[in-house]
Design a protein around this ligand. Sequence first.
Ligand SMILES: NC(=O)c1ccc[n+]([C@@H]2O[C@H](COP(=O)([O-])OP(=O)(O)OC[C@H]3O[C@@H](n4cnc5c(N)ncnc54)[C@H](O)[C@@H]3O)[C@@H](O)[C@H]2O)c1
Ligand SMILES: [Fe+2]
Length: 436
Amino acid sequence: MRCCHADFALVEGSDQGFTIGMPTFTFGAGVLAEAGANARELGMKRVALFTDRGLVDGEHVAKVKASLAAAGVDLAIYDEVEVEPSDDSFRHATRFAAEGRFDGFVSVGGGSVMDTCKAANLYATHPAEFMTYVNAPIGAGQRVPGPLAPHIACPTTSGTGSETTGIAIFKLTSLNAKTGIISRRLTPAVALIDPDVTRTLPSTIVASTGFDCMSHALEALTARAWPRRLNPARGVGRPVSQGANPFSDMLATQALRLVGEFHVRAVADAQDAEARAEMMYAATLAGIAFNASGCHLPHGLSYAVSGLARDWQVRGYPQGRTLVPHGMAVVLNNPSVWRRTAPQAPQRHLHCAHALGADAKGAAPADAGEVLAQRVIGLMRATEMPNGLAALGFGEADLDALATGAEPQYRVIRNAPLDVDRDDLKSLFRAALRYW
Ligand SMILES: NC(=O)c1ccc[n+]([C@@H]2O[C@H](COP(=O)([O-])OP(=O)(O)OC[C@H]3O[C@@H](n4cnc5c(N)ncnc54)[C@H](O)[C@@H]3O)[C@@H](O)[C@H]2O)c1
Ligand SMILES: [Fe+2]
């Protein structure tokens, strides 16, 4: 491999291969109308259509329903997806999937909907005690024994990239921590990515989800390099997320260029169709990238933030319960992490800053963390993100609890380019309390 990958090949005994998974995807305005033809092509006759209560009566679901009906595909709707789902809501959705005896699944929604659909499909197809397939060490981490029913994923947010990944994330209520199920078998068969859906997104959702996309790309580029990954399994047992690799580097770099150019515009103006479409595309690219490379510290730390926050609600999201949108929880830790990880791989951090549109001219390797952190802070300020964890009510007294909340995330955290212990976690949270 060329240039920055040359050193990877020198790790003695390391895996020389990496595996990239993704669905067959179609990107373009109006492609939701292709749902019916795709369902027929996949042999679907009776599908479960997953969505959430905020979307079920809206135009995007209507388009998909009309397309399925025109193709003669029978459907039953499940709209009880919980926004930022839990194990309870996954279980509830599984009962629906199992009882309906469907031969296919269609999801129309954001990451919460697509992930719930993946999990319901999994447990309906290969019934098992819930923790069986959940990532070890929290769950048993058993391999999914066979293929699932085909799933057509139609994302309606521009951030998670879940339409491209073999990942389903949920909050485990008993631990008050987020974890997930990861298997190539969870990857949707087909993704229909229609940027028209972004027209109805409130700016607050575009802001948070855009930072989720940005962080997927940044974490993909700065993860431990693939031959240095900790899970040594090879062949078909090779893990989904393998560390930074040339393919995810390429997609993540392009995603960062798009975020740098279009994120602020997409947040500011719902009528800016170009900016919103480019962010939709960026989310897809970053999804494919981070699925193959894995996330690391910003995502690992974010799960403690969303689990421990109190009295926090954001306009545009369901009200009545504390909810820190996933992308917001992730970006709040970003600058703190980049300042810390940059000395490990200064050229990669400078590359990220440059791709995101920072003025990195003349920056020395020693400046890499600060240049990247400042660029992210600039984007946060321009999109009205909270000023660090303190804005959510966290303080010095919460650092212990935050570190404890992040510890179950060591599977993700160990994909970081450097090893961190509990004291490091505390200092990363401390540095994330306030940025300006
Ligand atoms: N599986 C993966 O690879 C992956 C990756 C990143 C994040 N996630 C998970 O995804 C979840 C977050 O998903 P999300 O950020 O896409 O948001 P979401 O699915 O939680 O939806 C947030 C809100 O946006 C509304 N909404 C969605 N599309 C809309 C539209 N077009 N117009 C108007 N309103 C719309 C929904 O009704 C909901 O109220 C989290 O649980 C996160 O952990 C999963
Ligand atoms: Fe994410």
